[in-house]
Design a protein around this ligand. Structure first.
Ligand code: AMP
Ligand code: GLY
Length: 431
C-alpha cells in the first residue's frame, strides 16, 4: 500500500515510522511533516487542513490509505472530503469528530449512553454560570470551554474565586475565541489518569494497550498543564479486568450511541480515564491518537499497523484479530524548547541526533522540528519525543534518558521523572 499521513507532530512521526515498518506498506508520505518524517517518509508540502490539495494529491499519487493525525484536520472535514472522493481514509467524519470538538455534545452523549463521567452542567450565559456557582457548596470544580482549545481550555479550580476567574477568562475575555461561548462546569474527579486508545471501524473496537502521559510541565507533576511532557505504555493501573470494564462501560456504549446518533465512529477513539474509588470515569474523549501517548504505544505494537488501519477504514476490523504486543514497556521523554509551554525560542540547531540513532531499542520521534539548509532545527514547543524499550520500566527509562543525553541544542530541557509514577504503582500494588 501507499499511505499518506496528515499532520506534522510527534504523533505523526510515530504513525509514519510504524506504517513504514508494516509489511503491507510500500511507501509513506507525510503532509506537511517535519524533519523526522523527512527520513521515515516522503514529506509533501501541503498543510494539514488544505483539503482540496490533499484530496488532489491522494488521487494523483493513487494513495491506498490516508491516516489523519490532528483534530483540526478532522474538524475541518478532511475525512468527509476523502470519502466523497472515494478515497480510503482512517479517521472520523466532521460530525463524529464533535465528540472532541464539543464537550457539551460529548457529555450529553455520555449521559444518554450511561457512560460513567463527572456530574456536570452546561451554560451559554455568563450570569447563569455565576448563579450556579453561588448555589453550589462544594469545591473544587472543573470549568471547561466547550470547543477546541489546544488542551488549554480546562481549569481545575480549587475554590470559588478561581472558578469565577476561569469563567470570566473563557466567556467574557474569550481567551479561546468562539470555543468559549459555551462552558461545562463539572465535578472534580480524584484518582489516577490513564489514556485508552482504541481503533474503531464504526462497530468493532480494537483497544490498544493503555498508556499514561505526564501533563504538567515540571518534575513531580508541578507547574502548568502542557500537551504532555512524556508518556509510557503499558500502565500498571489499568489491569486486564479494569480494561474489560472500560471496554464494556465506556467504549462499547459510546461507539453504539454514536451510530444511533447517525455519527458512526471510525478512527482512533481516545478516552481520557480517571480511575476513581467508584471505578473508571471518562474525563474527556478525543477523536484521534494521543500525543505523546502514540509514541510509546506504537513502539510496542507488533501487528501490521497498515493492515489494522486499512481494516478499520474498510469496516472489517472484526476479521483482523487482537493486536500483538512487545511485552517490554516503552517510555517516551519529551525534549522541549526554552520557554515552553509559553512563548518558545525557535531556530536552534539540534546536535547529536546521529549518535542517538545508534542506540538500540530507542527511537527519536520529531515533533516541532524542521530542516533549514540541511540542518535539523527546533521549530516548536515540544521538539522531540525520545522513546525507548526496556526489560522493565527502570531499563526503558534509563535507555530513554541515555538517548536524551546524546542530543543538545540551546535551551533544551525535559522532565527527569518520566515513568517514575509507573514504578510507584507497581510497588504500591503488586499483581
Ligand atoms: P481534558 O482536556 O478534559 O482531558 O482535561 C485536561 C486535564 O484536566 C485532564 O487530563 C485532567 O488532568 C484534568 N481534568 C479534566 N476534567 C477533570 C475532572 N472532572 N476532574 C479532575 N480533573 C479533570
Ligand atoms: N496527550 C494528550 C492528548 O493527546 O490529548
Amino acid at each position: 500500500m501507499k499511505v499518506l499521513v496528515i499532520g506534522q507532530g510527534g504523533r505523526e512521526h510515530a504513525l509514519c515510522w510504524k506504517l513504514k515498518n508494516s509489511p503491507s506498506v510500500e511507501r509513506v508520505y507525510c503532509a506537511p511533516g517535519n524533519a523526522g518524517t523527512a527520513s521515515d517518509a516522503t514529506n509533501v508540502d501541503i498543510g494539514a487542513t488544505d483539503i482540496e490539495r490533499l484530496v488532489k494529491f491522494a488521487k494523483s499519487e493513487r494513495i491506498d490509505l490516508t491516516v489523519v493525525g490532528p483534530e483540526a484536520s478532522l474538524v475541518a472535514g478532511v475525512v468527509d472530503a476523502f470519502v466523497a472522493a472515494n478515497l480510503r481514509v482512517f479517521g472520523p467524519t466532521k460530525k463524529a469528530a464533535e465528540l472532541e470538538a464539543s464537550k457539551i455534545f460529548s457529555k450529553e452523549l455520555m449521559r444518554k449512553a450511561n457512560v460513567p463521567t463527572a456530574e456536570y452542567r452546561s451554560f451559554t450565559r455568563h450570569q447563569d454560570a455565576m448563579m450556579y456557582l453561588e448555589e453550589r457548596e462544594e469545591t473544587p470544580l472543573v470549568v471547561k470551554a466547550d470547543g477546541l482549545a489546544a488542551g488549554k481550555g480546562v481549569f481545575v479550580c480549587e475554590d470559588r474565586p478561581q472558578a469565577v476567574e476561569a469563567i470570566k477568562q473563557i466567556m467574557l475575555e474569550q481567551a479561546f475565541g468562539a470555543s468559549g461561548s459555551k462552558i461545562v462546569i463539572e465535578e472534580c474527579l480524584v484518582g489516577h489518569e490513564a489514556s485508552i486508545l482504541a481503533i474503531v471501524d464504526g462497530n468493532t473496537i480494537l483497544p490498544l494497550e493503555a498508556s499514561q502521559d505526564h501533563k504538567r510541565a515540571f518534575d513531580n507533576d508541578n507547574g502548568p498543564n502542557t500537551g504532555g511532557m512524556g508518556a509510557y505504555c503499558p500502565t500498571p493501573i489499568i489491569t486486564s479486568e479494569l480494561m474489560d470494564e472500560i471496554v464494556e462501560k465506556v467504549l462499547v456504549p459510546t461507539v453504539h450511541f454514536m451510530s444511533i446518533e447517525e455519527r458512526p465512529f471510525k478512527g482512533c477513539l481516545y478516552a481520557g480515564i480517571m480511575v476513581t474509588n467508584q471505578g473508571p470515569k471518562v474525563l474527556e474523549f478525543n477523536v484521534r491518537f494521543g500525543d505523546p501517548e502514540t509514541q510509546p504505544v506504537l513502539m510496542r505494537l507488533k501487528s501490521d499497523f497498515g493492515l489494522m488501519l486499512k481494516a478499520a477504514a474498510d469496516g472489517t476490523l472484526a476479521d483482523f484479530g487482537p493486536a500483538e504486543w512487545d511485552p517490554r514497556p516503552a517510555v517516551c521523554v519529551v525534549m522541549a524548547a526554552e520557554g515552553y509551554p509559553g512563548t518558545v525560542k525557535k531556530g536552534a540547531v539540534i546536535r547529536g541526533l546521529d549518535q542517538a540513532a545508534m542506540i538500540d531499542d530507542a527511537k527519536v520521534f520529531h515533533a516541532g522540528t524542521s530542516l533549514q539548509n540541511g540542518k535539523v532545527v527546533a521549530d516548536g514547543g515540544r521538539v522531540l519525543g525520545v522513546t525507548a524499550l526496556g526489560a522493565d520500566f527502570s531499563e526503558a527509562k534509563l535507555r530513554a534518558y541515555q538517548t536524551v543525553k546524546c542530543i543538545r541544542w540551546q535551551g533544551a530541557w525535559c522532565r527527569k521523572d518520566i515513568s517514575d509514577r509507573a514504578r510507584s504503582y507497581a510497588v504500591a500494588s503488586p499483581e
